[in-house]
Design a protein around this ligand. Structure first.
Ligand SMILES: Nc1ncnc2c1ncn2[C@@H]1O[C@H](COP(=O)(O)OP(=O)(O)O)[C@@H](O)[C@H]1O
Ligand SMILES: [Mg+2]
Length: 301
């Protein structure tokens, strides 16, 4: 966990386009939705005006927040199918500074529709250009993506400047990460994508489990500083929070490890994104003098 960031009361006022951060890993069950929702809530709590976009056919991020759209609502799917600006789908949440563009059942039609659409890899980027709700200057868009590399996920990767990759500590991840890396390379070469990996985050980490330590070591050896210092520890409350339609911040009492981990991850991610200043490193405690030439007086105990 990192402890090197400042805690500004509010985000810097931005008039430019928000940064788009896709939470992606084509493997299912690695903690993408849990991370997208709780990271978005933690960023909003820091005063960063954040839009969470649900780009998964299962609409799990929307369900997580208890905001699944009905058939009559305009959701992300309708924006993509009917080429509407995303702002038409955006709704305020009960959390200050957090908006949601929810996804409903029509999402399952979008991949097929995009397959024959002109400029099919950029449909989401076009919709995003009009994402901000009226009168709101967004700082950050966090996109939750589907567990496969279909056109919806490709659209998220093309629209994003940065990718955050959750990696579950429950199995060895290298093959899947290689595929994701190759996909990003191809999208940069052939589809003009400009995204790069903001960081890999270890999820469901349990330091008592050998597999967690193995995955961590493997990842840090391979990706070094691109692996977030913050590790999201395994916590059963992450499993129960979605069925109560609550973020971990609403579900767990203060001091809980889930809250701590996502607060620390948000701080680290926001510094990497340049949205908050790193906290100046704390000065080392004055060394105790050991003799008469010492600069400091001996401290009494
Ligand atoms: N840190 C964690 N500790 C324990 N369970 C977790 C943690 N993160 C996610 N989970 C659980 O793991 C499952 C998969 O997580 P989810 O975020 O839905 O993954 P994905 O979106 O990648 O499919 C869910 O049941 C979720 O509640
Ligand atoms: Mg998911």
């Amino acid at each position: 966990m990192t402890n090197t960031e400042s805690a500004p009361g509010a985000s810097p006022a931005t008039t430019s386009a928000p940064i788009v951060l896709a939470v992606a890993n084509q493997k299912g069950g690695v903690g993408k939705t849990t991370t997208a929702v709780n990271l978005a809530a933690a960023c909003a709590a820091r005063g960063v005006r954040t839009l969470l976009v649900d780009l998964d056919i299962q609409g799990s991020a929307s369900a997580f927040l208890g905001m699944s759209p009905s058939d009559d609502d305009i959701d992300v799917a309708r924006c993509l199918l009917e080429e509407l600006p995303l702002s038409r789908a955006v709704k305020p949440t009960r959390i200050e500074n957090l908006w949601l563009a929810p996804a409903g059942e029509r999402m399952s039609l979008v991949d097929l529709h995009l397959a024959s659409a002109f400029g099919r890899e950029r449909a989401f980027e076009r919709a995003l250009a009009g994402a901000a709700p009226s009168g709101v200057a967004l700082d950050l868009v966090i996109v939750d993506t589907a567990p496969y590399l279909g056109l919806l996920t490709i659209n998220a990767l093309v629209a994003a400047q940065k990718i955050l990759v959750p990696v579950s500590c429950e199995y060895l991840p290298m093959l899947g990460l290689k595929l994701l890396g190759e996909t990003l390379d191809r999208l940069r070469e052939r589809a003009g994508a400009r995204c790069d990996v903001l960081g890999y985050v270890l999820t469901m980490h349990d330091k008592r489990e050998r597999i967690s330590l193995e995955v961590e070591q493997l990842l840090r050896n391979r990706f070094d500083a691109r692996v977030f210092a913050t590790v999201v520890r395994s916590d059963t409350q992450h499993k129960s929070a979605p069925s109560h339609r609550r973020t971990i911040f609403e579900h767990q009492s203060e001091g809980g490890r889930g809250r701590e981990d996502y607060t620390a991850l948000a701080n680290e991610a926001l510094v990497r994104l340049g949205l908050i200043e790193p906290k100046p490193a704390r000065k080392k405690a004055a060394k105790k003098s050991t003799g008469k030439h010492g600069k400091y007086k001996l401290e009494s105990k």
